[in-house]
Ligand binder design. Structure first.
Ligand code: HEM
Length: 491
């Protein structure tokens, strides 16, 4: 009755009929939910809703609706839901999970300032160097290509964030951050973790190990503290020793020195928490996009060849490519854009939450509702992107070969006030990896799959990445190897 009064007779957005008590529990798919939501949007419209044990979940299926709600009504729809499991791990300090409140605002401001295009450009040299090291590792042990790109991304993030030189794949900080990200990513979508639907499960004691979430939450909590505190401690010590390298941490600590008392303490806390989120936010996402890039090269060898021709024309095969070549390589940039569209890394972004009751196009959206844009469906709308399942970089080129800006594509990086602050860094990463790898290697279907139909599939967490597929990195010729050796000797 209370719900009916609040709604003033207005209906919730349409959707599958709920069961008593459990609501739409069984309508929330675990595997590739974006595909099911896209089907349901065709039936019910661009705004649909589910109810699971009284929790309203609203799915947005068009760019117009995301603009109306996340941009025009950003004050109401920029919060994050409280996931009981994330609370149990005490991970709300991480920026992507943080509520729409003061600590988030401080951290957001800090990151936007540090990662704006002109500031992020200071880290281009570091990205180039790391990409060239990646090439040497691919040459040495091509079978470990997934490990290599994970390490590449972890190393460059930690170097940019803290000036920290990771010690290979066994590095303690990388290991802790990776484990923490895995736990957070696999437990943060509706239906992914029972304790989120049944918060009372958080109270089940530990002596019921099969049912208790406490041991896993404690592991997540400890990993989170390690990820936040250890690298910051490293920076503080290196500032004292005079060995601190340029980094986001150094730059922000220096700026905080101008503050005093409580303000300075608050800012230093924001630095630790915000930078502690960088690995979680920036690692799996970029690794997933690099894996999709390589997958696309296997599926479209002609795209690979054309990009190589362009790169060779710019470098004359006398050197490895750099960021300075970027304006002359629009086709490679178009490939990177198509990767973001074709298989968006976060097909359902990170859910936003409503901070107050609202009405949209005659439908009632209650305070506390989860709002999820179906980014995958938006970027696979055949009216905007004909033959959306086919990888076609040409769609991002103008007839004269220049790059075509596409206002819809930015949804691959989220919406409104929660839009990804790492977008420019992420795009630069994908570009430098694409040009570096193609200048030295041909990518071919590996593992005996050369003459068989090539099957691939994607994982279903908050971050969706290709399940590992066989990919061979074959040096293009002796000249490519010589270039790489010359580069590593010069390093
Ligand atoms: C291909 C790579 C990446 C993709 C596709 C991506 C995409 C996204 C998406 C979809 C969101 C959620 C936006 C929303 O809720 O509306 C997000 C948030 C975020 N991203 Fe990225 N991201 C990438 C790389 C990065 C990198 C490299 C960094 C850091 C250097 C980063 C930092 C963040 C942060 C801190 C947030 C949380 C923002 C907030 O809640 O206010 N991301 N990203």
């Amino acid at each position: 009755i209370r719900d009916h009064r609040r709604r003033r007779g207005l209906p919730h957005p349409p959707g599958p009929r709920p069961w008593p008590l459990i609501g739409n529990l069984f309508d929330i798919p675990k595997e590739s939910p974006w595909l099911t939501y896209a089907q349901l949007s065709k039936k019910y419209g661009d705004v649909i809703s589910f109810n699971v044990f009284g929790q309203t979940i609203v799915i947005l299926g068009s760019i117009k609706v995301t603009k109306d709600l996340f941009e025009k009504r950003g004050d109401t729809y920029s919060d994050r839901p409280v996931f009981p499991f994330i609370e149990m791990m005490d991970l709300q300090w991480a920026l992507p999970m943080a509520r729409h409140a003061e600590p988030w605002r401080l951290g957001r401001k800090l990151l936007e300032r540090s990662l704006r295009p002109v500031a992020a450009a200071a880290y281009r040299l570091l990205q180039e160097k790391r990409a060239h090291v990646l090439l040497s590792r691919l040459l040495e042990s091509p079978d470990k290509w997934v490990e290599h790109i994970e390490l590449f991304q972890g190393e460059q993030l930690l170097a940019m964030t803290y000036g920290y030189e990771a010690q290979g794949s066994d590095d303690r900080v990388i290991d802790a951050a990776k484990k923490m990200s895995d736990i957070a990513s696999t437990t943060s979508l509706p239906g992914a973790c029972l304790v989120n639907e049944f918060p009372f499960l958080r109270h089940i004691p530990e002596w019921l190990p099969w049912f208790s979430y406490k041991p896993l939450a404690r592991i997540g909590h400890d990993l989170g503290q390690e990820v936040m505190n250890d690298p910051i401690q490293f920076v503080r010590e290196s500032i004292l020793n005079g060995t601190a390298q340029p980094s986001l941490a150094l730059e922000n600590f220096e700026a905080a020195e101008k503050l005093s008392g409580v303000e300075r303490k608050k800012q230093e806390r924001a630095i630790a928490e915000t930078l502690g989120s960088m690995y979680t936010a920036g690692s799996d996402t970029s690794v997933a996009s690099m894996m999709s890039l390589f997958l696309a090269f296997l599926l479209r060898p002609d795209v690979q060849r054309k990009a190589q021709e362009d790169i060779d024309a710019v470098t004359g095969r006398e050197r490895l490519p750099t960021f300075e070549d970027r304006p002359k390589l629009p086709f490679v940039d178009a490939i990177c854009k198509e990767v973001s569209r074709w298989m968006p890394v976060a097909p359902l972004h990170i859910p936003h939450a409503a901070t107050q009751d609202g009405v949209y196009e005659g439908f009632f959206i209650p305070k506390g509702a989860l709002l999820i844009a179906n980014t995958w469906a938006i970027l696979h709308d055949p009216a905007v992107y004909p033959e959306p399942d086919i990888f076609k970089p040409e769609r991002f080129l103008n007839p004269n070969g220049t790059l075509r800006e596409d206002p819809t594509l930015v949804s691959a990086f989220g919406y409104g006030k929660r839009f990804c602050p790492g977008r420019h860094f992420a795009e630069a990463t994908l570009f430098i990896v694409a040009v570096s790898v193609l200048s030295v290697f041909n990518l071919e279907k590996g593992g005996g799959s050369e003459n068989r139909p090539f099957d691939y599939s994607y994982s279903s967490g908050l971050i969706s990445r290709p399940n590992t597929f066989p990919c061979s990195f074959i040096p293009r010729d002796q000249k490519a190897i010589d270039l790489l050796i010359a580069d590593s000797l010069a390093r």
